[in-house]
Write a protein that binds this ligand. Structure first.
Ligand SMILES: [Zn+2]
Length: 317
């Protein structure tokens, strides 16, 4: 085993990416390829070819971390809850170990990998307790304590998006009564604070909401552009979005009081969030004092793959 390098793979819905990090965290190799959707055997092929190509550069087998959508069941060892459905029910670690010839392979939820990357040497590197939140098509979050993923007894550590929106108003509950989360619950944080949540809100305000639709007529970029032009409906949608995100953060900050909150995903590129969120969060903080930085991810879209590459070191320490 070549321990001078670790490999990280991000198994995304549209792309699969690999990097090699040296022991100082410097990236030494990177390659990405399209994800073959719907086929588990093709997933094994894609990952193993990327690993073999990387190992030609690093010189021999290296410890490997993989960021996966979903989690590995503690009871059965197989993947569950992945929106890349073809992974569900498979023992990816064992199947890859058979092909790669070693089992120093660590699988971890992609939001946890994102948070780990930002906590180790990203925007949260100075904090003991780092809360990483992804705001993309969906939302996810991970908690890192002293550079280790806070997984929890049932792997629920950092699960955030499938709790109910805090301080929900009767108007919000009434307006969103026809919105059901994929998890089976109603009023989940994810349905409000993801990019899809903003798009859904705007669709409702412009009478273009279809409860059967998964995609809405106007995307987040369009809504933010309209908001910046001064459009009243877009401004109202964005103000509601900021309030909902602030409440969803404050409710948990009141409980575990993190040192830093790092935002990732497409919505984290909206600069206005960093101006508005701190004050808005404070409105819901017990006692009103809150100086926790809310910052943008340093590694952007690469946080998942970097976090995956940090997994072997985290498990060894
Ligand atoms: Zn849910």
């Amino acid at each position: 085993m070549n321990s001078q390098f670790t490999l990280g793979v991000d198994l995304g819905g549209t792309k699969t990416e690999i990097i090699a990090l040296d022991t100082s965290g410097k990236e030494r190799y990177r390659k990405r390829t399209a994800t073959v959707k719907g086929s588990y055997p093709d997933t094994i092929k894609t990952i193993s070819s990327l690993v073999f190509a990387a190992q030609e550069q690093t010189g021999g087998s290296c410890p490997l971390g993989i960021a996966i959508p979903g989690t590995v069941s503690l009871k059965t060892g197989v993947i569950k809850n992945a929106n890349s459905w073809w992974l569900n029910g498979h023992d990816l670690k064992a199947d890859l170990a058979a092909v790669l010839g070693h089992d120093e392979i660590y699988l971890e939820n992609d939001a946890n990998c994102f948070a780990l990357s930002e906590a180790v040497d990203g925007a949260g590197k100075d904090g003991d307790m780092v809360w990483g939140i992804i705001l993309g098509t969906g939302s996810g979050s991970g908690l890192i304590h002293n550079k280790k993923i806070w997984r929890g007894r049932n792997l629920l550590g950092g699960e955030w998006g499938h709790n109910s929106l805090p301080w929900i108003t009767s108007e919000e509950a009434a307006a969103w009564t026809d919105v059901k989360c994929f998890c089976g619950q109603k009023n989940c944080i994810e349905t409000f604070v993801s990019g899809t949540g903003l798009e859904r809100d705007y669709a409702k305000r412009t009478d273009s909401f279809d409860p059967e639709a998964m995609v809405y007529p106007h995307n987040s970029e369009y809504i933010i552009e309209k908001m910046r032009e001064g459009d009243a409906t877009a401004k109202a949608s964005f103000a509601a979005y900021v309030s909902r995100l602030a409440r969803s953060i404050a409710n948990y900050a009141n409980f575990f009081d993190p040192d830093v909150i790092v935002l990732g995903g497409g919505m984290s590129n909206i600069d206005e969030l960093y101006e508005l969120l701190p004050e808005k969060i404070k409105e819901y903080i017990f006692g009103g004092e809150f100086d926790t930085p809310v910052v943008k991810a340093l590694y952007g879209g690469s946080s998942g793959v970097r976090g995956a590459a940090w997994l072997p070191a985290m498990h060894r320490s």
